[in-house]
Write a protein that binds this ligand. Structure first.
Ligand SMILES: Cc1cc2nc3c(=O)[nH]c(=O)nc-3n(C[C@H](O)[C@H](O)[C@H](O)COP(=O)(O)OP(=O)(O)OC[C@H]3O[C@@H](n4cnc5c(N)ncnc54)[C@H](O)[C@@H]3O)c2cc1C
Ligand code: FES
Ligand code: FES
Length: 487
């Protein structure tokens, strides 16, 4: 009943700790590794960024995570690398650190350790990152005083500096870390704590079903990018917490001729390549979710299971007619995803069930599939609304089929049956779209909150349908799309 992981160059065994202890608190308060900072404690600013390495499909993969919302209990058989591990023993800076010094990439320094860890992850994975790749690598790191230009220059400079691999701690230790992590992996269920405060780490999906049958009030924790905030911001006491982010049975992506089956434990980062190939518009949406750290931790399964009306993937998936498969001790059942969302905060997940996978049909080759996220910032922002469309036209330009779903327009992610009916069988023209716009008012009564007013949401929702028309209407539109992508 212990978890084991490697922290920098030391193996750690832990048995008595709170299930809701965050990695950042453990590093700073217990290990006095105070390089990682606490800025926001909600996954937004990246000041707490560390790397977590794990064995996946026979590879040792290191990813940036926000340690402020990552729970220590989720770290079994991982390698945690903090900023303290980068410089050489004699104090010589790592090329990424040196480049930050040389390019004046730091002023007050509060964001700097997190930024260095994000640049380090990029340096490791991408020998010659483009400007776009660097910006993407920094999406989850906020700097209030330096500004990003010197930091981007540091990334470019560091990529040109690749001394002997022996210089880099992770490269040097890779083989021995792989052996250590393989020995730490366990298919036994681990239980930490007692009845008042318990973390359960099931050894398999079947064991997860058994745990959920026994503990009906359990909170499942996947990537903890939602649950983490329930602890750090809402101070909720969750008991027991059941950790599933290590379960390989939930991390499979299977592609068939007609669909992609995504395990509930697949992170955004892992899902991206398959989606980029099969459903590019969906992949572009993923690029707009959180920052790199959130995408490395967060799962599509968690986004759906959470049931938030402003979660980004549910409308995108409903427009594709995705199916959700749930598992319990009684076996599995599959339902149309749109039927999962019953009401605000209420989903069709029965006691003892967990989300096993999502089956996502690939849009027909001649279908127009589009997802538009509207938020105040391009990165690290929750949608005010998000509209998704799957449009099939006949050869003469008549609407043969259209599925439309929105987030942020109701208490749940929701289809637009009246708008769909107003378009079906009609020519795909501006007159048809104009005539269909009032039908939005029959489908949705959005609310006003800090992200947008009800009136803004309604107008923007109607405009997204007009945008779909503009983008699917001919060569002029290809130009618009091209220009937008270039921008
Ligand atoms: C900084 C930041 C930015 C974000 N940006 C976005 C954004 O742009 N768009 C967006 O949609 N979301 C965003 N989020 C929210 C969050 O990242 C997503 O909802 C994410 O997909 C949640 O997945 P997770 O694995 O982290 O879930 P967790 O936090 O682990 O769990 C979320 C919920 O799902 C349940 N759950 C998880 N897995 C299962 C399962 N297999 N079966 C049953 N229940 C399960 C949990 O019990 C919990 O109720 C952001 C979060 C942060 C912190
Ligand atoms: S402290 Fe801001 S992301 Fe963790
Ligand atoms: S250097 Fe001050 S916040 Fe970035």
């Amino acid at each position: 009943m212990t978890i084991r992981f490697i922290l920098n160059d030391r193996e750690v065994t832990r048995d008595r700790f709170s299930p809701s202890e965050t990695l950042l608190d453990y590093l700073r308060l217990e290990r006095r590794l105070t390089g990682s900072k606490e800025g926001c404690a909600e996954g937004d600013c990246g000041a707490c960024t560390v790397l977590v390495g794990r064995l996946t499909r026979g590879r040792l993969v290191y990813e940036t995570v926000n340690s402020c919302i990552r729970f220590t209990a989720s770290l079994n058989a991982t390698h945690v690398v903090t900023i303290e591990h980068l410089a050489a023993k004699d104090g010589a800076l790592h090329p990424v650190q040196q480049a930050m010094v040389d390019m004046n990439g730091s002023q007050c320094g509060f964001c700097t350790p997190g930024i260095v860890m994000s640049l380090y992850a990029l340096w490791m994975e991408n020998e010659k990152p483009s400007r776009r790749a660097i910006e993407k690598g920094l999406q989850g790191n906020l700097c209030r005083c330096t500004g990003y230009e010197p930091i981007i220059k540091a990334a470019e400079t560091a990529s040109a500096t690749r001394p002997d691999a022996a210089f880099d701690a992770i490269a040097r230790e890779r083989d021995s870390v792989m052996t250590q992590l393989a020995a730490m992996k366990s298919d036994e269920t681990i239980v930490i704590g007692d009845a008042t405060s318990r973390a359960i780490i099931p050894g398999s999906a079947t064991a997860l079903a058994d745990v959920l049958a026994e503990y009906r009030d359990a909170t499942i924790v996947a990537g903890s990018t939602d649950v983490g905030l329930w602890v750090t911001k809402q101070m909720r006491a969750l008991n027991p917490m059941v950790f599933i982010n290590h379960l390989e049975e939930l991390q499979t992506i299977t592609e068939t001729e007609k669909s992609i089956i995504i395990g509930a434990g697949v992170t955004y980062t892992e899902a991206f390549p398959a989606l980029a190939k099969a459903i590019p518009a969906f992949a572009r949406l993923i690029d707009r979710i959180g920052g790199e750290q959130v995408r490395n931790m967060g799962t599509i399964g968690g986004n759906v299971a959470n049931g938030s009306p402003v979660g980004d993937t549910p409308p995108a998936l409903i427009a594709l007619n995705a199916t959700l498969t749930l598992q319990s001790q009684n076996g599995t059942r599959s339902i149309a995803l749109e039927d999962y969302f019953l009401d605000y905060g209420k989903q069709d997940r029965r006691p003892g069930e967990f989300v096993l996978s999502l089956t996502v049909p690939k849009p027909a080759l001649d279908a127009h599939y589009a997802v538009y996220k509207v938020s105040k910032r391009r990165e690290e922002d929750i949608s005010a609304l998000c509209g998704a469309f799957c449009l099939q036209l006949t050869a003469d330009g008549t609407v043969e089929k259209i599925r439309i779903a929105y987030g942020g327009m109701a208490g749940t992610p929701k289809r637009a049956p009246h708008v769909e009916a107003a378009l079906a069988g009609k020519p795909w023209t501006s007159e048809t779209v104009e005539a269909a716009r009032p039908a939005f008012e029959s489908d949705y009564q959005p609310m006003t909150d800090m992200r947008a007013t009800a009136a803004y949401r309604m107008l923007a929702a109607k405009n997204l349908l007009s945008r779909l028309l503009l983008e699917t209407g001919g060569s002029q539109q290809e130009l618009i799309r091209f220009e937008r992508e270039e921008a």
